[in-house]
Design a protein around this ligand. Structure first.
Ligand SMILES: Cc1cc2nc3c(=O)[nH]c(=O)nc-3n(C[C@H](O)[C@H](O)[C@H](O)COP(=O)(O)O)c2cc1C
Length: 432
């Protein structure tokens, strides 16, 4: 499959259906080689092929990306979170991430951020996990984080990354550099601070297991605490934790290894990284390959490839699927499983990315806010009837699957009518 953004899986399926069938067969054959009973004569489209991470099997390749809800009180998730995660799980994604959930009170980004540092938090998350597991096939990953120098800031809709005017708490980072010139100046972490934060991550990881989560992710992206160590733009330390790439990775790897030791062997772990800082002197895609390798060597099963948000004056190059090239680079240069994210809005793009081997999983954030049923609807369009749907909603599933067959036939007929004289249908015919 091409990496051109202009030629997608669906475009090709209209112009060269036999070629796309061949691609589907190749993807299905690879999935079969992993031990799944994937049908290769009439294969599913790539986004509906299963995937395995350690002992965890995902029903498909669509992921609900982590999204802060800024709706917790004192770290405690509530009914908003139950409805939010419950409905997205029912919508059929193979994997769903929680929002960045903080490992201590002072690790929060904002007063509305969820936590995993008290018994009540563990119990509240357990209730949500149990709902997700009882009502869906979606697997559930807890994203654990520490805000670092971006902590003690306002709720997103009151001013993202803007420092709290009242009720702020002390913040720490790799170096004493404020995010904005008007942000609070963080304290550079001492070794004792590092021990405390590591212990908080471990305690939260144990709570995640007790609450029944299938997977945990360590958040080391977007300029938060662990990311602040990795990027040379935010780490100006002169001790063993600053300077060379190895030194800058030392603390994030210590935390990761401690979490890995506390997390059951059969359950997978991921790390979210910022693969580029989009700023002069910052991390680049080549650096990200090394960062990813280091986490993989420490037992990370999936690299969640995001970018940026490290420094306030970065200059990201936005566009559809704009972060996918970094996932592509890490997956294909380091040979690691990756998840891509960022301005991916259609099932067509998901199929294109998986078929082209640019990521193993594809996460969507904002599209899932407006459409929890993104995956179920795509299953109807691409004909993946085995997707789980709760019995309460089966009548709706039957209808959309029936209508999608008709809609696809209409689209094909329109295309046949529009076909110019002498047009050859498939790339194979054209080649002959
Ligand atoms: C409301 C909102 C909250 C977010 N919160 C988090 C978060 O808690 N952790 C995280 O790693 N990324 C967070 N993100 C980033 C998303 O996971 C995702 O990487 C980003 O939105 C790009 O994907 P999209 O184009 O599909 O929205 C958030 C994004 C949004 C829109």
């Amino acid at each position: 499959m091409t990496r051109s953004k202009a030629i997608t899986y669906d475009n090709l399926a209209l112009r060269a259906p036999a070629f796309v069938n061949d691609v589907d067969r190749v993807v299905a054959r690879d999935v079969r080689a992993l031990g799944f009973p994937a049908e290769t004569s009439k294969p599913l489209s790539p986004m509906f092929q299963p995937f395995r991470l350690r002992g965890l099997t995902l029903e498909n390749r669509v992921v609900v990306s982590p999204m802060c809800q800024y709706s917790a009180q004192d770290g405690l998730p509530n009914d908003w979170h139950l409805v939010h995660y419950g409905s997205r799980a029912i919508g059929g994604a193979g994997l769903m991430f929680t929002e960045m959930t903080d490992v201590s009170k002072d690790a929060r980004i904002s007063p509305g951020c969820a936590g995993m540092y008290e018994d009540a938090h563990e119990a509240a998350w357990k209730r949500i996990v149990e709902f997700v597991h009882a009502q869906s096939q979606t697997k559930f990953c807890l994203q654990l984080g520490h805000a670092g120098r971006k902590g003690a800031t306002k709720l997103m809709w009151e001013g993202i990354d803007e420092p709290l005017e009242e009720g702020a708490w002390p913040i720490v980072s790799a170096s004493p550099l404020p995010y904005f010139p008007h942000s609070a100046v963080p304290r550079a972490m001492s070794r004792a601070d590092m021990d405390e934060v590591t212990a908080d991550y471990v305690a939260a990881t144990r709570r995640a297991d007790r609450a029944g989560f299938d997977m945990v992710e360590m958040h080391a992206a977007h300029g938060y605490l662990l990311a602040s160590f990795i990027s040379p733009l935010t780490n100006r330390r002169t001790d063993d934790y600053g300077g060379s790439p190895e030194n800058r990775m030392r603390f994030p790897l210590e935390v990761f290894r401690a979490m890995r030791a506390a997390w059951p062997d059969e359950k997978p772990m991921s790390v979210r990284i910022s693969a580029t800082d989009w700023a002069d002197g910052g991390l680049t895609g080549d650096d990200a390959v090394e960062v990813a390798r280091a986490f993989a060597d420490a037992g990370c099963d999936l690299i969640d490839v995001s970018t940026g948000q490290t420094v306030a004056d970065s200059e990201p190059v936005f566009g559809r699927m704009f972060q996918t090239p970094f996932s592509d680079q890490i997956r294909n240069e380091a040979g690691l499983a990756t998840m891509c994210v960022g301005a991916i809005t259609t099932a067509d793009q998901v199929n294109t990315i998986i078929a082209a081997g640019r990521a193993d999983l594809v996460a969507l954030a904002r599209p899932h806010l407006m459409d929890p049923y993104f995956t179920l609807k795509a299953a109807a369009w691409y004909g993946a009837p085995a997707i789980h749907c709760p019995p309460q909603y089966l009548a709706g599933k039957d209808q959309i699957f029936r209508n999608s067959v008709r809609d696809r036939e209409e689209l094909r007929d329109l295309r046949l009518k529009a076909k110019p004289k002498g047009h050859r249908d498939t790339w194979k015919e054209a080649a002959e």
